[in-house]
Design a binder for this molecule. Structure first.
Ligand code: SAM
Length: 279
């Protein structure tokens, strides 16, 4: 009986072909097969590094059907590398169904870390990175997009979005509407490529800058949005709603203490707010 193979999840460059690890090149050379989102695209990377490994297409539309066949290959002892068109597989790219199925069966699944546009953008944005939220793509339609943005209006963590060049203007407009024109946004465009641009401005100004230059409406884009900053007077809307509700039943001191406990806030800030705003 042959030993079971390994599924390697291999990050590939997001533009500059040199952004690939030595280990990734070794694995791509040595595996029996590369499962690629787009075999033509991966073919260019392989040709650049003179790698002749067989490529098979595994993308969003056939991933679930291919799982049984890939499992058979693995059970026959073949090692498989999964790659996407750019960056880290599964990060807004195919691979989730495969990894979750293989992991559930206890097969070896090994990551080969490397480029990821979200992390590259965060690393140069100059916004807090100790905690951040990755939100993938915003919805394409205005109503749904505004709804999603409104849900994160009070989000204190830095938020990372992938964005399409066709929607960048509309999305920046909606960010300004929902989060306010002053919210700091970093647009990281064409990272690691010839026209790499990283621009950090309050979103109202960033929108004007992008609108004034059609070149900024091209290529691949990551938006890094500063988290909501709370001043002593600006408390989360949800907490204020709860405080108002509790105040109907309890003395202010008790209502403020309970609300503070629920939302992890300072009770004095809530108490002072209520004194100032309750007639
Ligand atoms: N798996 C990839 C990763 O690890 O970043 C992301 C794939 S997702 C389908 C493609 C999106 O990633 C693009 O629309 C863009 O938002 C972002 N992206 C990819 N490469 C980029 C680059 N070089 N510069 C800026 N954004 C990029």
């Amino acid at each position: 009986m042959s030993t079971i193979g390994t599924l390697y999840i291999v990050a590939t460059p997001i533009g500059n072909l040199s952004d690939i690890t030595l280990r990734a090149l070794e694995v791509l050379k040595s595996v029996s097969m590369i499962a690629a989102e787009d075999t033509r695209n991966t073919g260019r990377l392989l040709a650049h590094y003179d790698i002749g490994t067989r490529c098979v297409a595994v993308h969003d539309h056939n991933e679930q059907q291919k799982i049984a066949w890939l499992e058979q290959c693995l059970l026959e002892g073949q090692d498989i590398a999964l790659v996407s068109d750019a960056g880290t597989p599964l990060i807004n790219d195919p691979g989730y169904h495969l990894v979750s199925a293989f992991r559930a069966k206890g097969y070896p699944v090994v990551p080969l870390p490397g480029a990821c546009a979200a992390i590259a953008a965060l690393s140069v944005a100059g916004l807090p990175t100790d905690r951040f939220l990755y939100e993938g793509f915003l919805p394409a339609k205005t109503n749904a997009r505004q709804e999603r943005l409104n849900q994160l209006r009070q989000e204190p963590r830095t938020v990372v979005y992938y964005e399409s060049p066709h929607r960048i203007v509309d999305s920046l407009k909606d960010i300004a509407v929902c989060l306010g024109e002053e919210r700091q946004v970093v647009m990281a465009r064409e990272l690691t490529k010839t026209f790499e641009t990283v621009k950090s401005l309050p979103v109202g100004e960033l929108l004007s800058w992008v609108q004034a230059d059609p070149n900024q409406q091209k290529g691949e884009i990551v938006l890094v949005v500063a988290g909501h900053q709370m001043s002593s007077d600006q408390l989360p809307v949800d907490a204020l709603d709860t405080l108002a509700l509790l105040q109907q039943e309890l003395p202010l001191k008790k209502a403020a203490a309970l609300t503070a406990k629920i939302y992890g806030l300072k009770k004095n800030a809530l108490y002072d707010y209520a004194l100032k705003h309750t007639k």
